[in-house]
Design a protein around this ligand. Sequence first.
Ligand code: SAM
Length: 357
Amino acid sequence: MSADELLDGLTTPEEIAKIEKSPVALVRLANILLSSGRTARAVELARRAMFLAPDDGEIQSIGAAVLRESVPGWHFFIVRDQARNAAYDAALRRNVRPGTRVLDIGAGSGLLAMMAARAGAAEVTSCEVNNAVAAMASEIVEANGFADRVKIVAKHSRDLEMGRDLDQPADLLVSEIVSNNLLGEDVLGCMENAVGRLTQADACIVPSHGAVRIALAQYDRLPRKTLGSIDGFDLSPFNRLARPRELDVGDEALTLRSAPQDLFMFDFSSGGPFDNYRSSAQLVSSGGPINGIAQWIWLRMDAHGVHENRPAPGSRSCWSVLFHPLASPIDSAPGDRHVVHGCRDRTSVWLWAERQS
Ligand SMILES: C[S@@+](CC[C@H](N)C(=O)[O-])C[C@H]1O[C@@H](n2cnc3c(N)ncnc32)[C@H](O)[C@@H]1O
């Protein structure tokens, strides 16, 4: 019998019922399932074991390790981004009316769903694809006293069913499923699927738009992050394998050398389809050395508010700025023009620069 067949046999309801008599066996089985890639089942069994033995330190400790293995660490940073939170809270307060039915895509800790309820929403359905995160969001919503109006559904938004998960199409759709490059969490696919299918025709979509913003830039610490001569050997060709550098928005070594331009702009509220796969922007240098292109995100929350993680010394954001080093640094004069080209697929953005005479 293969290990997979053995595990399959062990996870039938009958076998689980037997193992439930020993929560420690259940949590250890969860750990084995996790290492064999069966995350959803592992999370389910770990939670069951933790529920059965709330005072057992061993079970709680192994169970928590199973749960957190599937939870990205950035959950702890995003909810501490006060500017991000304030932009969402203000947009929700502006657009939620008594009786508003809200759909929140990507519950995370449940923060935005609870903000919507606090703003007066009649009901909030908040979906979360990660089972461990969804379970925790339910617990948090309950503990904060919003369980009567906020329902966490442990599903991907594309699996939500009208009439089952939502009684009626939502009046307001809120989501925070944007990543450093805007697209990495498949915000485009989610909006194409959800807007119209799960929302009223005139629903308010928060954020309504998103853009990939770029500017010419100089990053003074680039040499430290770039390979050159190492032990007498030239390793510089290896730099072509480097990813764009993820920089803190407040990094003092980063200086923008042009006004920002939007390379890609998306109207999420349209529901797509989003098909501008290539784009170009002309950037005018303010003068000085330039060794890369800085890329960040801009969100229109609604008609009255915007939010972006534009780099500036001392500023903070849960999203990083992406820095794309140029093949050859430039010493530019004020007014020099540089064309930056971009292309994208559903979740990635690629950039390259061209100097104009
Ligand atoms: C960046 S976090 C935002 C969490 C929370 N809304 C907040 O703003 O603090 C995005 C969350 O959405 C979940 N997620 C992403 N796309 C989703 C989708 N289409 N349906 C359900 N959950 C999704 C991820 O697992 C993650 O927990």
